[in-house]
Design a binder for this molecule. Sequence first.
Ligand code: NI
Length: 169
Amino acid sequence: MALLPILCYPDPKLHTVAKPIAAVDTGIQTLVANMLETMYEAKGIGLAATQVGVHVRLIVMDISESRDAPLVLINPKLNWVSPETHLNEEGCLSVPGVYDGVTRHDAVKVEALDGQGRMQWVEADGLLAMCIQHEMDHLQGKVFVEYLSPLKRNRIKTKMLKAQREARD
Ligand code: NI
């Protein structure tokens, strides 16, 4: 297994739309294992393939306290969203140190392949529902800061670019 570098906002590659995965082969399974290792190492609860520069429809998540309940969604499709929505604070491994409010559906139903290529149906609410919506946005090339006002987004962009410059120097 290997840790993968996580793209940081405003890297333009984060706005790439991911393609469906044709077959869950050993290459995809290796990517899943590496993404899980990367997510756990970064202490995140979700990671989309887009964030490691691989533009395929694959998400890994783990919202458990014990960090031992990985959920893998391949080619996820939203089948239902609750009419009820909620404003919650979100963060993202691609926008380190930034947390802000995003309105999401309270509950979702999603179908996807699992890490072995089997079809699974997931009903989620609370944190998991939020996480699924956040990660599925990544697959569409959308980062959560795009829900914020242009003023806030520009401030975040400036802050990120400054931090990235300082990290290089
Ligand atoms: Ni994210």
